[in-house]
Each structure stands twice: as structure tokens, then as C-alpha cells.
Design a protein around this ligand. Structure first.
Ligand SMILES: Nc1ncnc2c1ncn2[C@@H]1O[C@H](COP(=O)(O)OP(=O)(O)O)[C@@H](O)[C@H]1O
Ligand SMILES: [Mg+2]
Length: 325
């Protein structure tokens, strides 16, 4: 039986979601093939809690545990941490350095996609529609005239690296810009100002199955607030997730094709979710990539997996086998 470390927690606003994601993965993981150990990472505390209650620290030299005098090493790691350090390449870099296999995207794909501005530049160069945006570093003056000309109002101000809409503001006019900039810089030293795209929010999960890149389904996200902000994301009743989205086949095919192409071009691995906003004319604008999408029982990707006719446990096994190969 293979020993797998399921890593959860992390140091972002999505800490709680990561715990739920890991719980669901733990429930679904095939126990006949894998012995899974839940490892909790928070700041500098990397620990495993034994069934008898004893808390053991992870040895960072080789990501091993010593339980009752016996050393446990892992065949691989299942990464279930959203945001820092699971989704931005930092943990992946560490595992690369110690030679530990892990599920999902590698260091470069994770780091690149985690910075929304850099990711936009690459995706735009692939010919996928992306809203125009501006990029600023903390301490640099924001060019108000450029914002008006390139983005107009309303526009979105967001930290380049964040998640769960934390630090994201919809800016209705110039009087709201300064506060939005200050808010975004609370979370990151880089921000972007992006033109608003009006339309339907659609998201597509992609997986590599039997060596072939395949989109799972397109889901529509209907936010019951002005946009899909933190509150609407995590309050039931403030959003609806519709799988499959009730959209024309042409739009569905376009989103699936764009998502598969980006997955391929950015050398993604594992299950990855691509977010878009489609205009009423049917043009999908790429918004962002989630390399560690939520996997709670309520999350979009598990629903898309079921819709695609696959079992979660089967998919998790295939992610682990892809990592160990
Ligand atoms: N350019 C945009 N046009 C319209 N809505 C946007 C735009 N950018 C962000 N949003 C809204 O803000 C939400 C959060 O932005 P996003 O870039 O996905 O950041 P996060 O990584 O925090 O989810 C999106 O789900 C969407 O509702
Ligand atoms: Mg998002």
C-alpha cells in the first residue's frame, strides 16, 4: 500500500476551505490502494496528528514523520492547499528540491498562473480574449488617466496574487480608485486594474485522463451580489452553481477549447479550473486559472467530475498515479 501525505491548511484566506477540501479528498481516496496521512501546514508548523492524539512534527529534510520511534516516509503528496503556499509554487519548489512527487501543477505553472497579471499576458499572447489591464507595484504612482483610457469605469482593482476575491474591488468611478488601490496593496505588492467585462461568469475544469487533456464541463456561476465577491462565494443562497451551464453549444465548445489549450500551453497537471466571463455576443474573456480548485463536497470541480461520468475516487487515484509516474 502506498503512503500518501495529504497536505492541508496553508497561509491564506482560504485556510478553512482547504480543510474542507482535504476532508472530502480523504473521504474519497481509495483506501485499498493508499494509506493517507493528513498533514497540516500553518506558518512554520507542519504537523501530523495521530489517531491517539499525539502531534508529530514533519521533518523537513525529507518530509517524513517519526511515529512511536518508527520513521514514516511518503511515496507522494496530495496538495490540497489553496493560495499560499500550495497554489503559488512555493510548496512545489520545496518538493522538487527534496525529490518528493506531488499531485497537480509544477512549480513554474503554479507560480505563473498565481500572478493574475503575468498569467493574463501569456494567455493573451495565445490568442484568447483577455480584458485590457494595467500593472502597478506598491510605491509607484497609479496613472489615473491611463486607467480611464485603458479600462474606463466601472473597472476592477485586484491584488495580482490573492484568492477568494480578497482585496478585489469593483470601482464605479475615479473617486473610488484610491481606496481600492489601498485595499489591494494590503494583500500584495503588485496590483492590476482591469477593464470590466459584463456578461455571464463561466468556469471549466480540465483534467489529463489516460494521457489526454479533457475538459469536464462548463459551470455557470450566478452571484447574487454585484460581483462574485468573498461574501457571495462563501454564503449559501448568495450564489448558484449550474452544471452544465445553460449556454449555446458554440460558447461551450469555445470555452472548453480555450481551457484545454491554456492547460496544455501552461504545462498544467492534475485538475485545473479556468474562469471566464462571456459577453452577450458570446465572446468568452479569460479571467483566471485555479490550479488548486476547491474540492469540498459542494465545490464546482467535484460536480463537474460527476457530470463527466467519473467517480471522484477514481479521479483522485489517477491524480496520484500521474504524480508517482
Ligand atoms: N474584469 C472583470 N470583469 C468583470 N468581473 C470581474 C473582473 N475581474 C474580476 N471580476 C469579478 O471578481 C471576482 C473575483 O475576481 P478574480 O480575478 O476571479 O479573483 P479571485 O482569485 O480572488 O477569485 C470574479 O469572480 C468576478 O465576479
Ligand atoms: Mg476567481
Amino acid at each position: 500500500m502506498k503512503k500518501i501525505a495529504l497536505v492541508t491548511g496553508g497561509d491564506s484566506g482560504e485556510y478553512e476551505i482547504s480543510l474542507l477540501t482535504a476532508e472530502n479528498i480523504m473521504n474519497q481516496i481509495d483506501k485499498t490502494k493508499y494509506e493517507a496521512f493528513l498533514i497540516h501546514l500553518k506558518n512554520n508548523n507542519w504537523t501530523y496528528t495521530h489517531t491517539d492524539g499525539q502531534v508529530v512534527e514533519v521533518d523537513r529534510k525529507d518530509f517524513s514523520l517519526t511515529l512511536n520511534g518508527q520513521k514514516i516516509t511518503f511515496d507522494g503528496v496530495f496538495v490540497a492547499i489553496h493560495g499560499n503556499p500550495g497554489e503559488n509554487g512555493r510548496l512545489e519548489g520545496y518538493f522538487d528540491m527534496i525529490g518528493m512527487p506531488y499531485t497537480g501543477c509544477g512549480t513554474l505553472s503554479s507560480a505563473l498562473t498565481f500572478n493574475k497579471y503575468y498569467c493574463n499576458v501569456v494567455v493573451r499572447a495565445m490568442g484568447v480574449p483577455v480584458a485590457p489591464s494595467l500593472h502597478y507595484f506598491k510605491g509607484e504612482p497609479v496613472d489615473y488617466q491611463a486607467v480611464a483610457e485603458v479600462c474606463g469605469y466601472p473597472c476592477f482593482v485586484k491584488p495580482c496574487e490573492s484568492g477568494s476575491s480578497v482585496g478585489v474591488t469593483k470601482v464605479h468611478d475615479e473617486t473610488e480608485l484610491a481606496a481600492a488601490i489601498e485595499e489591494a496593496f494590503r494583500y500584495d505588492s503588485q496590483l492590476m486594474v482591469e477593464k470590466m467585462i459584463s456578461g455571464r461568469e463561466l468556469t471549466c475544469g480540465v483534467i489529463r485522463h489516460d494521457g489526454k487533456i479533457r475538459s469536464l464541463a462548463v459551470t455557470e456561476i450566478v452571484a447574487r451580489r454585484e460581483f462574485y465577491d468573498y461574501k457571495s462565494k462563501y454564503t449559501s443562497g448568495l450564489h448558484d452553481l449550474i452544471t452544465p451551464a445553460d449556454i449555446p453549444d458554440e460558447l461551450r465548445n469555445l470555452i472548453s477549447r480555450f481551457s484545454e489549450n491554456i492547460y496544455h500551453e501552461l504545462a498544467c497537471k492534475g485538475v485545473v479550473r479556468f474562469d471566464f466571463i462571456a459577453t452577450p455576443e458570446g465572446t468568452p474573456y479569460f479571467l483566471e486559472v485555479n490550479t488548486i480548485p476547491g474540492q469540498t463536497s459542494q465545490s464546482i470541480v467535484p460536480n463537474q467530475i460527476r457530470f463527466a461520468g467519473m467517480e471522484l475516487s477514481e479521479v483522485y487515484s489517477s491524480l496520484i498515479e500521474e504524480a508517482l509516474r
